[in-house]
Design a protein around this ligand. Sequence first.
Ligand code: HEC
Ligand code: HEC
Ligand code: HEC
Ligand code: HEC
Ligand code: HEC
Ligand code: HEC
Ligand code: HEC
Ligand code: HEC
Ligand code: HEC
Ligand code: HEC
Length: 309
Amino acid sequence: MNITRHLLRALLPLAALAWQPLALAQTGYTTEGADTCLECHDDESSTYSAKALFKTPHAHAGNKRSPFGAGGLQCEACHGPGAAHAKNKKSASINTFKADSKTSLAERNQVCMSCHEGSTRSAWHAGAHERANLSCTDCHKMHQERDPVLTKASEPQVCMSCHKQQRADFQKSSTHPLRQGKMACSDCHNAHGSSAPAMLVKTTVNQTCTSCHAEKRGPVLWEHAPVAEDCGLCHSPHGSVRAALLTKNPPLLCQECHSSAGHPSVARTADGLPGGSGGGAIYVVGGSCSNCHSQVHGSNHPAGAKLMR
Ligand code: HEC
Ligand code: HEC
Ligand code: HEC
Ligand code: HEC
Ligand code: HEC
Ligand code: HEC
Ligand code: HEC
Ligand code: HEC
Ligand code: HEC
Ligand code: HEC
């Protein structure tokens, strides 16, 4: 593989100088860049092959912002100066991006930030993942043709490798279609962070939900107060053993807020005591208030005040 290198242009303080291997050696960088690394790290060599990188955007020579663009430091743009390593062949002498690397977490993330500042930085510093000391490379893989976290079908596996509770939730009978590969965690969350609660993609839970379920956004003629307040009062976002992601089954769900005063919502005996099939039983027939109050998200019917049509 013959990779042309314009390293000096990247080292701005030295840019006035002509090509001088000596100056490069002093910075700790190799003079031949990727050509040196690939002497050992290609498919034929016995050590880890790095060739898959050349199928990724990071090796696009035509993109001047990429490590392999004109003037780029190539492999060493990410792994740092590698001249010593190319001599001693020890992992300890190079930034491996692993937790036990000689390079600190902040320094490792700064490598990525130095090029990706614009798109990620402000969010990253508002997010739980930075606070929890995650590194960019806990989610991103650089040496794979397609970084799994960037594909809808494989992203959730990356997230669920840490988020066990969500892994369990998405196995339940009612969930969003993640297992089918039609949605991903990032449809609702910004993994880099956001100023919204739980790093949601929109400012509130409801704005996040109604960005897809627009018909639930309203305004409606007859609003049902909790719907406008927080979908999460009745639905769990990740998974439920009940239909429609409900947190509880009606009538219990409804009775969390609606007492059985008003019209009876608990079956009574003839004496008016709870239980039996006397007065009021009709209100819980079939186990659901929504048999009659079917417009639980609000109604646009002129006579829909009681959410029945
Ligand atoms: C002369 C052969 C040789 C050259 C040249 C070389 N390496 Fe290595 N490199 C190795 C060997 C051998 C290992 C494995 C060391 C070990 O297992 O402790 C290694 C390990 C690594 C690792 C760490 C792998 C890990 O996860 O432990 C990285 C990253 C790396 N090299 C990057 C580079 C880069 C970037 C260059 C060019 C600047 C380069 N290497 C040049 C031989 C070489
Ligand atoms: C965009 C940043 C970036 C560039 C450019 C880059 N690497 Fe890496 N490299 C990484 C990261 C991050 C890891 C840790 C494992 C991973 O994320 O895939 C890594 C891992 C490695 C490893 C260990 C392999 C393993 O399977 O753990 C070697 C060897 C390596 N890189 C060599 C190279 C060589 C040689 C080049 C140039 C041809 C290169 N890298 C270019 C970021 C980069
Ligand atoms: C020298 C600059 C540079 C460095 C260092 C760098 N990147 Fe990139 N990265 C780019 C460019 C350029 C692209 C292509 C997209 C673009 O033009 O913005 C890119 C693309 C990406 C993509 C999208 C890949 C895709 O398939 O669409 C991810 C994810 C990414 N980088 C993560 C990282 C991570 C993580 C690190 C640190 C290990 C890193 N980058 C280091 C310049 C860089
Ligand atoms: C918790 C997992 C996670 C961490 C940690 C993470 N990312 Fe990402 N990143 C993602 C996901 C998921 C996507 C794709 C969806 C999206 O853009 O929100 C992505 C997309 C990207 C992209 C491509 C954006 C585009 O529009 O193509 C870049 C570049 C990137 N991340 C850089 C970084 C950098 C730099 C860091 C470290 C500061 C980082 N990421 C940390 C999960 C993560
Ligand atoms: C390496 C482990 C790891 C990976 C991978 C990971 N996370 Fe996290 N995540 C954490 C930790 C640690 C926290 C902070 C403690 C907690 O809330 O559990 C966190 C917190 C969160 C939070 C809560 C934020 C808050 O403000 O309460 C969300 C949402 C989240 N992660 C989503 C994701 C998504 C989406 C992905 C995949 C794109 C992902 N995580 C990948 C470790 C991880
Ligand atoms: C349909 C949208 C949606 C999807 C898809 C989604 N989440 Fe969430 N997630 C939410 C909402 C909404 C909350 C916040 C609940 C609240 O704070 O009221 C949340 C909260 C969280 C939290 C904080 C802890 C908690 O349970 O409150 C974590 C961690 C999390 N999600 C991880 C994930 C992971 C990992 C995935 C993918 C496997 C994922 N989420 C998919 C909407 C979603
Ligand atoms: C990215 C788009 C998207 C977002 C955001 C979203 N949903 Fe969904 N939702 C879907 C899709 C797609 C389905 C599956 C529809 C189908 O299977 O016909 C669905 C199904 C549902 C169902 C029915 C589940 C069942 O088992 O029948 C409920 C309830 C629901 N979503 C509530 C919510 C709530 C609450 C939020 C916010 C936390 C939300 N959705 C955010 C796309 C989304
Ligand atoms: C007061 C409780 C409650 C609140 C609050 C609520 N829902 Fe529902 N939702 C239900 C019930 C009950 C069902 C099941 C309806 C049925 O059995 O037909 C349901 C069903 C759904 C369904 C699947 C069936 C359909 O109508 O498409 C979606 C999607 C949905 N809700 C989205 C939302 C969104 C988005 C919000 C917030 C804007 C929200 N819900 C707020 C009680 C509620
Ligand atoms: C989180 C609390 C909460 C839950 C759960 C809830 N509601 Fe409500 N509901 C309210 C509030 C608050 C109002 C408005 C009361 C008012 O305006 O006096 C209301 C109003 C109503 C009304 C109209 C009452 C009127 O006088 O106009 C009906 C009917 C109703 N709810 C049925 C249901 C049903 C059926 C369920 C279960 C699927 C349910 N509610 C679940 C809080 C809740
Ligand atoms: C058989 C049909 C039916 C069932 C089942 C039913 N309701 Fe009603 N509900 C009504 C009717 C009819 C009204 C209107 C009464 C009026 O206008 O005075 C009403 C009114 C209400 C009101 C408005 C306040 C009031 O007392 O007038 C609430 C709240 C309510 N129902 C909640 C519930 C809950 C919670 C359940 C489930 C435990 C339920 N309903 C089951 C028919 C039903």
